[in-house]
Ligand binder design. Structure first.
Ligand SMILES: [Zn+2]
Length: 223
């Protein structure tokens, strides 16, 4: 058992109560305006890091119509500009980042299966995202081979690289959405897969001021 615990991803209501309300007196008064401003700072961060952004269905995991299929990206589509990404986000659409040559992501759906020593360093010293189900860690590529074989057996579920994409903060997804077409939110008009309400959670970075892990650091941590 590790002392290191990851809190579950928050709901929009929790963010409203914990972050928006306390700043309301001295900051932005409208929840929607405030949430878009949080989105904007994230989108600017992605653009500064040259991460390619693409629009994803509102509260969903699949790219908006005609952009691509689920797992790969049609390279003919240019990445979104900051302004375009902001427009999509302000209409409740999610945003994903394409791996490209810049980054890959380590998806960890069951953090308890990952060695605590690795997880603790990654989550406290480097940029780490909390997802609806677990964690994801972006890693900046250095051009050499990924050496993903080293990742076998440390509990990483998926390595998203190249043309695959990763939904990024402040995207909102349902914990029961596994990315298949039978899960639809449709602006709240469709019920969840069990016929009930969706369990919507917001993707957030544990700390946006932390640096992105470099590939060589990952290699060192896995030794
Ligand atoms: Zn759902």
């Amino acid at each position: 058992m590790s002392m290191f615990q990851i809190k579950p991803a928050r709901t929009l209501h929790e963010i409203y109560e914990q972050d928006f309300i306390p700043q309301k007196e001295t900051g932005i008064h409208g929840w929607r305006e405030w949430f878009v401003a949080q989105w904007r700072s994230h989108i600017e961060f992605y653009a500064e890091h040259h991460w390619w952004m693409m629009p994803i269905a509102a509260r969903g995991k699949r790219p908006v119509q005609n952009r691509s299929n689920y797992s790969t990206v049609n390279k003919m589509w240019p990445a979104l500009t900051v302004k375009q990404a902001e427009e999509w986000a302000s209409k409740d659409f999610n945003i994903a980042v394409i791996g490209g040559r810049q980054i890959f992501w380590l998806d960890i759906d069951e953090p308890q299966k990952v060695p605590a020593s690795f997880l603790e360093v990654a989550a406290t010293q480097f940029l780490t995202m909390r997802t609806a189900r677990g964690l994801a860690i972006p890693v900046e590529r250095s051009g050499r081979g990924l050496g993903t074989k080293q990742l076998d057996g440390i509990g990483v579920d998926t390595v998203r690289k190249g043309n695959t994409y990763q939904l990024v903060p402040l995207s909102v997804t349902c914990t029961r959405d596994s990315g298949t077409s039978n899960h639809r939110v449709d602006f709240g008009k469709s019920p969840c897969v069990d016929g009930g309400k969706h369990d919507l959670r917001v993707r957030e970075f544990l700390d946006l001021s932390k640096p992105v892990m470099m590939q060589k650091t990952l290699g060192r941590l896995l030794k």
